[in-house]
Design a protein around this ligand. Structure first.
Ligand code: ZN
Length: 261
């Protein structure tokens, strides 16, 4: 494989907050991408975005997109508690070449995924044909706010807006969340999953090949908080068909985020 080929559909640049990350800028990301044959990455958001600095961070992300030669795409962000401001920002951002989706994070924003406050973001995603990617996880005894982001909580909007491509980020996390994610990608044509994060189940992809349609699972890492190489190795070593590997590593992200192949 000579050509840059892979798409990391779940990455981040910028201020890492509490996470230890030695490589937080776009230049470091590009070096890794070149080293590992990653053609495109999608920067879902920086930590500063989550803390309310979306306008500044979107400008920075667009600059990174341009400086990377169009290889580091990015998403906008929507916090239902500041919905009017975020919708205004997102309406301006959609015309930017590097803008490819909208991230939501119900746990971080302390608002359950089925709250009425999310309707405006699903509407704008529907109107402008933009995918939504959400933080999703399982109910967690040590991290109680995860209960706000379990996959089935998004189902109300998945049904209401069947034209919106919706990605369950982290594939619902561990345990019950993952089972719900698997159910939803089978049940709804518009629902996908990425496996960015720190789940390293043995034989994960062999199980996924049996349980989810081939076009529904996207390669993602949560780089730079997680090492790109550890996730890539899992896909390469998995005992699954070459066509499934190709869909995971590239084709499915091209389809969901409408990237040029
Ligand atoms: Zn992430």
């Amino acid at each position: 494989m000579k050509d840059l080929f892979i798409i990391d559909a779940h990455a981040h640049t910028g201020f890492p907050n509490i996470f230890f990350s030695p490589e937080i800028d776009a230049q470091a990301m590009l070096r890794r991408m070149d080293q590992l044959q990653v053609n495109y990455s999608i920067n879902l958001c920086s930590m500063r975005t989550l803390h309310g600095y979306q306008s500044i961070e979107l400008e920075k992300a667009q600059q990174e997109f341009e400086e990377s030669g169009g290889r580091i795409f990015y998403c906008g962000f929507y916090d239902p508690r500041r919905w009017e401001e975020d919708i205004e920002i997102l309406k301006k951002a959609v015309s930017q070449a590097g803008f490819k989706g909208i991230k939501i994070h119900p746990s971080f924003n302390n608002t359950p995924a089925d709250d009425e406050g999310y309707d405006p973001v699903w509407k704008i995603a529907s109107d402008f044909d933009i995918p939504i990617v959400a933080h999703t996880w399982s109910v967690s005894s040590y991290n109680p706010s995860q209960v706000l982001s379990t996959p089935e909580k998004f189902e109300k909007y998945v049904k209401k807006y069947p034209g919106v491509r919706f990605v369950l980020g982290h594939s619902g996390g561990r345990g019950t969340g993952r089972f719900e994610a698997i159910r939803m990608v089978n049940e709804y044509e518009n629902v996908y999953m990425d496996f960015g994060g720190d789940i390293y189940c043995y034989q994960y992809f062999e199980n996924m090949e049996r349980q989810v349609p081939e076009n529904k699972i996207l390669f993602g890492t949560d780089y730079p908080w997680m090492d790109l190489r550890s996730h890539l190795t899992r896909v390469f070593l998995a005992d699954i068909s070459t066509s499934f590997k190709r869909k995971i590593l590239r084709d499915n992200a091209l389809e969901v985020y409408k990237l040029e192949g």
